[in-house]
Design a protein around this ligand. Structure first.
Ligand SMILES: *Cc1c(COP(=O)(O)O)cnc(C)c1O
Length: 354
């Protein structure tokens, strides 16, 4: 693909809305920084990228995204260490993945050079918005939408790529309870489950709300037969049975999470046995009952690791046996120590923003 590196035009706000006193501990995804990065695709090429004040978009009501859901996104974080150095965690993975998602939705790739130039430029402008306290970070949301006009059920001829940022505190603090899906599915064979496509998430809200109404926090998604476990809400899922770490293999239905693959690498380097294989719901129920299920947790960029204390299946509740030195706590510490530049970067995962 041809890419002329374009000069990014920067228009700054006159007055920042940053209030440093309240920067830490903010609710996840609810407030946004002063600026955003925006680049449009027209006439077959990406146009001059811009950093502008964070502001509403102007779009035609007939824009394809509203009618056909041509929209993909990413989730990343910027971390600040004790010396105010700024780091990203494996950003190449997100850059590659948004283009994989875009391809599945018949959208154009966003050039790698532009992605990194835009992201670095935006983070330099917003550096004061990156919290420093442990567990706090700047959540970064790159996304692409079909902004071209016309209600024909066909790919758009115009697209808009945007990056917005949201200062965020710790995600869930407590262990969660989940329901294992026996009726609904989040992804289909041959579908878009492996893409971070917007519609995947909208379709989860209804079954998730039913789980919440029943006193649970999230749905654990199963395959089309509802016999095998695939993901937990918008996270990948892991189990510890005896001392072995288990997770489902990625597939066309499962999102290939950066946190997931990082935890597999950390576990292996710690000498923990890892099995990446199909995991039957029945196996996990049995392990809960015989006491060998010692941990169960979701993994993703936003929350890092969320321990699961109970799961329900066919209206019966099962518990995860609580042990000392949980894998979930160990991996969360190991990963966040690397992310916040508190530990040696043994795998070369940190990327410094300069
Ligand atoms: C984003 C996402 C994950 C986690 O991916 P990370 O790269 O670890 O943030 C897992 N499952 C789904 C469905 C997701 O959308």
């Amino acid at each position: 693909m041809e890419t002329d590196i374009l000069q990014i035009s920067i228009e700054k706000v006159k007055q920042s809305k940053l209030d440093k006193a309240t920067l830490n501990g903010r609710k996840f995804g609810a407030t946004f920084t002063d600026h955003m990065f925006i680049c449009t695709y027209q006439n077959g090429t990406w146009q001059t990228p811009k950093i502008t004040p964070y502001q509403p978009l102007q779009m035609e009501p007939s824009a394809r995204v509203f009618h056909y859901g041509q929209a993909v996104f990413e989730g990343m974080k910027a971390y600040k260490d004790q010396d105010n150095k700024i780091f990203l965690f494996r950003p190449d993975e997100n850059q590659e993945r948004i283009n994989k998602s875009a391809k599945r939705l018949a959208m154009p790739a966003f050039p790698k050079e532009l992605f990194f130039e835009g992201l670095n430029a935006l983070l330099r402008v917003e550096k004061d918005w990156i919290p420093q306290a442990d567990g706090n970070s700047l959540y970064i949301r790159p996304f692409m939408i079909a902004s071209g006009r016309g209600i024909f059920a066909a790919p758009s001829d115009e697209y808009t790529f945007i990056i917005i940022c949201s200062p965020s505190g710790k995600y869930y603090a407590k262990d969660v309870k989940v329901v294992i899906a026996e009726q609904y599915s989040r992804a289909a064979n041959g579908g878009v489950g492996a893409a971070k496509a917007a519609g995947n998430y909208g379709a989860q809200f209804y079954p998730t709300q039913k789980a919440i109404d029943a006193g649970y926090d999230q749905v654990v998604w199963t395959d089309s037969t509802h016999a095998y476990i695939e993901e937990a809400g918008t996270m990948n899922i892991f189990f510890r049975i005896n001392d072995t770490l288990l997770t489902a293999p990625t597939s066309e239905r499962i999102l290939d999470g950066v946190t997931r693959k990082s935890i597999i690498d950390i576990a292996k380097s710690q000498g923990i046995a890892v099995e990446v294989r199909k995991i039957a719901v029945e196996e996990i129920k049995e392990a809960s009952l015989n006491g060998s299920l010692k941990d169960m947790f979701g993994t993703g960029t936003a929350a890092v690791v969320i321990p699961i204390s109970h799961f329900s299946h066919k209206n019966v509740e099962y518990k995860v046996n609580k042990v000392e030195n949980r894998y979930s706590d160990l991996f969360k510490k190991h990963l966040t120590d690397i992310q916040y530049n508190r530990a040696e970067d043994e795998f070369g995962w940190r990327y410094e923003v300069k």
